[in-house]
Design a protein around this ligand. Sequence first.
Ligand SMILES: NC(=O)c1ccc[n+]([C@@H]2O[C@H](COP(=O)([O-])OP(=O)(O)OC[C@H]3O[C@@H](n4cnc5c(N)ncnc54)[C@H](O)[C@@H]3O)[C@@H](O)[C@H]2O)c1
Length: 258
Amino acid sequence: MNGLLNGKTVVVMGVANERSLAWGIAKSLHGAGAKLIFTYRKERSLAKLTGLLQDSAIEPLMCVSCDVNDDASIEAAFEEIKQQTGVIHGLVHSVAFAEKDELKGEYVDTSREGFLLAQDTSAYSLVAVAREAKKLMTEGGSIVTQSYIGATRVVRNYNVMGVAKASLEASVRYLAEDLGKYGIRVNAVSAGPIRTLAAKGVSGFNDIMTTIEERAPLRRNIDQDEVGDATLFLLSSLSRGVTGDVLHVDAGYHILGL
Ligand SMILES: NC(=O)c1ccc[n+]([C@@H]2O[C@H](COP(=O)([O-])OP(=O)(O)OC[C@H]3O[C@@H](n4cnc5c(N)ncnc54)[C@H](O)[C@@H]3O)[C@@H](O)[C@H]2O)c1
């Protein structure tokens, strides 16, 4: 993988800690020679991110604050990135949120507020950041987001987040059509379950992991490094003919019927 992203600058959104999918992705991209820019949500995440970076070989171009619920924050972040680099070639969107109370029980009980917050943070945010990233992708580019099988199948307790992921995957297709004419591709990775901070919010998450281990064609769960390498593929020229797609990195679980 060495050199696949030499000379490319990629913005990585969503590293909360060493378990984050975005951290696995950052390691893969770094290994392929990319220059990385990280965005973080709160000062507390910056402290965590700084610690992680110090313990790794990754020297970022910059770390920028960006709250995806806030248009002004997104615009300011990409303006700062523009000042620093002028051009970017890739964007990793690895961000989602729903209230814990919405990730258990029945979907029919979803509150209006909970629905809108999940959609805003987990789906609309891709549209908002793609709009800003497009301005800096003057040499073409690739945008990759992170989805989950709950977008297309019913996964107990995933509820409002499944509907947000459905919206995210539809946005991938609409954005791919809009941005294709600028040489910008938009795709999603749909990862199997991985124990992260965000996953902790989903009730019964351990049962989901056990089911994958027992039933997925590969009879195991996947890890952050596998998500990282698949995301690297979608960011690199190896996938230059692919856009608007969802690549499943789930040990094959999504192909199963009964
Ligand atoms: N863990 C899994 O099993 C799994 C499986 C498939 C897809 N995903 C998706 O992967 C992505 C990353 O999640 P993760 O599992 O690595 O968990 P994580 O908690 O490590 O990452 C979630 C990130 O979202 C960020 N975030 C939340 N609200 C934000 C906001 N308003 N502004 C900016 N950032 C915000 C958090 O700061 C955090 O860095 C999510 O989209 C998640 O749905 C996770």
